[in-house]
Design a protein around this ligand. Structure first.
Ligand code: ADP
Length: 689
């Protein structure tokens, strides 16, 4: 049970206890004090009655003694000092009047007659309540006056013992136990139950100083409320103490019963109240617990957890309905937010540019599909990876990515390696951002692949440098020849003129080939390239190519070996373009072969194709470059620095051959060097004609 229930239950318990006690305790207290007040007032009344009875007894004693002392017989016997007769007379009167003490004393206060246990007469002060022979007594004295001579004959003393049975009489009259105590608390006489009397006689009462105050006595199982009054002699001196004690056993019993009833009723009301409040708390708490459990589920991520609805109590109904509305509002806000997020994400993901973010530790936190397209890493692979590992620099001596990263909002080109290890140039900008829900700054990178652009730019400057050289070399050769020929002082023979014109011819040839390749390449690039197809003899274009390339071959002392079948059939195609194909391949073979090494032309017809190959003994073409070299402006690292070119020859070859429906390629020559070949479709003459 949760703390709310416990608190509620606890609160109810306190309330019930307070309510029960607030009714029960005053009732108990009132009953108890009423009973006690009654008991105490009974004690007080008994006390007063005792006093009155003692006073009445004293008066009775005095009256009796007064009458007795006037008796003529007494006077006569006293005058005659007839002790024995007096003794009998006194005894007789004592028996009649119920007195405990009756003495006759002489004028000198010596004992004349009376109770045998008295040796002396009591003093004059021994009147009222006094201690006689160690026993409490109520005593009266009367001077016996001789009625004839009116002289005192002696003193008559009468008294009763303040012990049982007199105390019994007082008890009967007052309904309380009676005791006579010495002023120091010693109990001289009392009429408690016989079994208690022994205990009471030795007990010294601990009397309160204020005589109005009551006190409690306990003897065995009996409890008494008691009070005392001092008893005085005729001189007004306190001689003894009268104590009255009211037995209150029944009162104590009543009190403890009342207490028991109060306790039992409080306990039963509390138990009943507890059960009722338990039931009530459960009733109130059950819907609250359900709502709490649902709220807990929602907080743990189950945002669509169904919220139970209640018809009552009204507060719970309102609370459940409010939760319901909040859930709906939250879901719709989340939906909206997620739609906006999806849109933004789709937008970012659709960018061709790569978008990535990384945190203050340099760890990648976002990686777009564009970024994956550029560098090859997927979002899952980059997550949490360090940016330096995802963007390794292609030039190691530049340090790490973070060292060369552009400053905020600036653009920079950085050479990196892709996932597959390919070199790539990225144009990159960065900016700082604080993503929603985070308080740390992140860096956002936007980048695109500019490798091609950079390559084209390099190519352009490379092309310009090469083409100037390609033009300058033949032109300076021609210029030198012309100057020599125009020198009037030097008459040249025809053979010398021919000799002087040879280099110029070669240069012109090279220029012509260069210009042909440039023209073809530009018409290819502009999409205006078209073949002029017509049937021609294969032998014809071989002869043309030989004529064009002979000066170069001669200059490089390279023999041109033609290895072809004897009767070549006609081919349908663009003879000028195919001548150019042959010329380009022969010039390359010559250029990249060592001086003096032969060049070989091979032609092998098949059923559908005519395969033409030019073999040389040059350095060959590395395997990984065999596709590449057929692209425009691609040149391998020059093996021989003297060989310049602009990288268009093989591109033109490939385009022309493919336009004819054929293929080009290069393979290793078994004896060393390379074999450049092309195939063009053909039909043998018999079937073609
Ligand atoms: P260019 O010869 O003008 O440089 P090409 O397109 O004809 O341009 O050739 C491209 C590159 O291919 C050359 O730069 C050269 O490195 C290489 N190449 C072409 N033919 C040969 C060959 N027979 N032997 C070795 N390398 C060659």
């Amino acid at each position: 049970m949760n703390s709310f229930s416990v608190r509620l239950l606890f609160g109810f318990m306190i309330l019930i206890a307070l309510t029960t006690l607030s009714a029960g305790v005053p009732a108990y207290w009132l009953t108890r004090s009423q009973l006690e007040r009654q008991a105490w007032s009974q004690v007080t009344s008994a006390q007063a009655a005792t006093q009155s009875l003692l006073a009445a007894e004293q008066e009775r004693l005095a009256n009796q003694l007064g009458l007795f002392s006037e008796r003529p017989t007494l006077q006569q016997l006293t005058r005659s000092q007839a002790v024995d007769e007096l003794h009998l007379y006194l005894q007789d009167f004592q028996n009649q009047s119920g007195l405990d003490i009756l003495l006759l004393c002489r004028v000198d206060n010596t004992l004349l007659a009376g109770n045998s246990d008295f040796a002396d007469c009591p003093t004059d002060e021994s009147q009222g309540v006094v201690l006689l022979n160690g026993r409490p007594a109520l005593v009266a004295q009367q001077v016996v006056i001789d009625q004839q001579s009116e002289r005192p004959l002696g003193t008559a003393v009468a008294g009763i013992w303040l012990e049982n049975p007199f105390l019994q009489t007082l008890t009967a009259a007052t309904g309380t136990q009676q005791s006579i105590l010495l002023p120091d608390g010693h109990r001289l006489a009392s009429n408690f139950a016989p079994e208690q009397t022994a205990a009471t006689e030795t007990a010294v009462a601990n009397l309160p100083t204020a005589q109005e105050e009551g006190y409690e006595l306990t003897f065995g199982e009996n409890v008494y409320y008691a009070a005392y009054r001092p008893l005085t002699n005729s001189a007004g001196q306190t001689t003894l103490i009268s104590e009255v004690a009211l037995q209150v056993n029944s009162l104590v019993l009543t009190e403890s019963r009342a207490f028991f009833i109060l306790a039992v009723s409080t306990l039963s009301v509390a138990v009943l109240g507890f059960l009722l409040s338990f039931w009530f708390v459960r009733q109130v708490n059950a819907p609250l617990q359900k709502l709490t459990a649902t709220a807990e589920k929602i907080s743990q991520g189950d945002l669509v957890a169904p919220i139970p609805l209640f018809s009552e109590p009204v507060e719970i109904r309102t609370l459940a309905a409010a939760l319901h509305r909040s859930q709906a509002a939250m879901l719709s806000a989340l939906q909206e937010k997620s739609e906006v997020g999806d849109r933004l994400n789709a937008l970012v993901q659709s960018l061709v540019e790569g978008v990535a973010t990384y945190n203050a530790d340099g760890r990648i936190t976002f990686w777009s599909e564009g970024a994956q397209g550029i560098l090859g890493w997927s979002a899952a692979e980059t997550e949490g990876q360090h940016v330096n590992n995802i963007f390794p620099l292609s030039e190691l001596d530049e340090g790490t990515f973070l060292d060369v990263m552009p400053r905020a909002s600036q653009k920079r080109q950085i050479g990196v390696l892709t996932k597959s290890g390919k070199k790539m140039v990225l144009a990159m900008t960065d900016s700082q951002l604080i993503p929603p829900g985070s308080d740390t700054v992140q860096v956002a990178l936007v980048f695109r692949d500019v490798t091609e652009e950079v390559a084209v730019r390099r190519l352009r400057s490379y092309f310009l440098a090469n083409i100037s050289h390609e033009f300058r070399t033949p032109l300076s050769t021609m210029n030198a020849s012309m100057e020599l020929l125009l020198d009037e002082n030097e008459p040249f023979s025809l053979a010398e003129v021919r000799q002087l014109l040879k280099p110029s011819h070669l240069s012109l040839l090279s220029l012509q080939n260069l210009i042909d390749n440039l023209l073809e390449s530009s018409s290819i690039e502009s999409g205006q390239f078209a073949l002029r197809r017509q049937p021609f003899a294969m032998q014809q274009i071989i002869d043309n190519a030989v004529v064009i390339t002979r000066p170069l071959l001669e200059r490089r002392s390279q023999q041109f070996v033609i290895n072809i079948p004897p009767d070549l059939f006609d081919v349908v195609g663009d003879s000028a373009r195919l001548t150019q194909v042959l010329v380009n391949l022969i010039i390359n073979a010559s250029k990249y072969s060592p001086i003096g090494k032969p060049i070989e032309l091979q032609i092998s017809p098949t059923a559908d194709f005519l395969q033409v190959g030019i073999a040389d003994e040059g350095p060959g073409i590395p395997h990984d470059q065999r596709q590449n070299i057929f692209r425009s402006f691609v040149r391998l690292d020059p093996v021989d620095q003297e060989q310049y070119g602009i990288g268009l020859g093989l591109f033109v070859v490939k385009t022309i051959v493919e336009e004819h429906g054929g293929q080009v390629g290069v393979s290793d020559r078994p004896e060393g060097g390379s074999l450049f070949w092309f195939q063009i479709p053909w039909q043998p003459k018999e079937t073609a004609s």
